[in-house]
Design a protein around this ligand. Structure first.
Ligand code: ZN
Length: 376
């Protein structure tokens, strides 16, 4: 297991910045080897070294952890910049869609030739230190021995040159937070995904609400967080979910059944929840899988916009693919809010879908044994 190192990353953009900054945050948050614990407010700053009419920047810092080496992390950030359409030119001050730089990597002090850690700009550039002090006020700059918050206080001009976009009181240092569990709550002064939040705010207006009223003030942020979690299946992959939990069957040839596994998903027609219980069975050939992994495979496909039939097939195909068993059976029984919340006499209806592969399809007795076990 590789070392886990605390990191901070500076994000900047002055082309299409309202879209690019949140997109970069989302890509980082969904990166499998980068863990983001906290995101700063969005700040605006004048472009450095550019002409007066150069578009101003939006700057954000994020802090978290990674098991990547500094070189690997930098290469990943370059890759993300490229994905987002950054074009590098010889002009170091040219406007750009996105700039992703490592601010610090633990307490590492190292010169890599054309770059260094921590980022030398931390000590001199308000647009770097202001967002950093927002997410990691207690981080100690190795060269000066000052915390990032003290560095900020020592740059008196910084508060004029770098302002938070939202009218929130500036730089009350908050403490490190670690989101070990996913947390839908809005933390004080938190910015999660400004673009998504503004879309939710628009929805609130459309349904006849006042998005400014107290009870709704942080709702867009909570919805953005909740949706990010509820659709996280799009950015996870099977390898990560299964994670070496496949074992030699050692001659086991009896049906393996896991049932009453709770699942939750969102229907793709209405984006309303459907939920229920799943049963998954297989006849081992060479391999078996840790039981908890079956539940994680179900989540992998549940946490996206779905139809129950497809989700059932995806689970069956996945178990087939990773275990190459003699056969697989999957049954999902789901209740759909889009049916339950309207009309009468539909509240209790549930939908049952099944998917059979291999001997579960070809052999009536195997299938019947499975279905009997599911019902018992
Ligand atoms: Zn629906």
């Amino acid at each position: 297991m590789a070392e886990i190192t605390p990191i901070a990353i500076s994000i900047g953009s002055n082309i299409d910045r309202e879209r690019c900054v949140p997109h970069a945050i989302r890509l980082l948050r969904r990166h499998q080897r980068i863990n983001i614990d906290v995101v700063s407010r969005v700040f605006r700053s004048q472009a450095v070294g550019g002409t007066d009419d150069a578009p101003e920047f939006h700057n954000v810092a994020v802090a978290g952890t990674t098991d990547l080496t500094p070189e690997e992390l930098r290469a990943e950030l370059r890759q993300l910049e490229e994905t987002m359409g950054r074009e590098r030119s010889d002009d170091k001050n040219a406007p750009r869609k996105i700039d992703l730089d490592i601010a610090y990597y633990g307490d590492l002090e190292k010169d890599f030739g054309d770059w260094a850690l921590p980022d030398p700009d931390i000590a001199t550039e308000p647009h770097v230190v202001v967002p950093l002090a927002d997410v990691a006020p207690d981080w100690v700059h190795p060269e000066s021995g000052m915390t990032s918050y003290e560095l900020l206080v020592n740059m008196p001009e910084s508060r004029e040159r770098v302002e938070p976009i939202m009218a929130i009181q500036l730089a009350t240092p908050h403490h490190h937070r670690h989101a070990s569990e996913f947390d839908f709550e809005a933390r004080e002064n938190e910015v999660y995904d400004p673009h998504f939040e503004s879309l939710v705010q628009g929805m609130l207006v459309e349904v006849g609400e006042d998005p400014e009223r107290e009870g709704l003030a942080r709702t867009p942020l909570r919805v953005a967080k909740a949706m990010d979690f509820l659709t996280s299946g799009y950015t996870r992959n099977l390898e990560e979910v299964v994670n070496d939990a496949i074992f030699d069957a050692e001659g086991a040839d009896e049906m393996v059944l896991v049932k009453d596994i709770e699942f939750y998903s969102l229907c793709e027609h209405h984006m309303l929840p459907f939920y229920g219980r799943a049963a998954v069975a297989y006849l081992p050939n060479k391999n078996i899988i840790g039981l908890s992994k079956i539940a994680r495979i179900i989540d992998l496909y549940g946490r996206r916009l779905q139809v129950q039939e497809r989700m059932t097939n995806q689970i069956a195909d996945t178990v087939t693919e990773i275990l190459e068993p003699h056969g697989v059976g999957v049954v999902l029984e789901g209740k759909h809010f889009c049916m339950m919340m309207r009309g009468v006499q539909k509240q209790d209806s549930s939908m049952i879908t099944s998917s059979m592969r291999g001997t579960f399809k070809s052999d009536a007795r195997t299938r019947q044994e499975f279905l009997d076990l599911v019902r018992s």
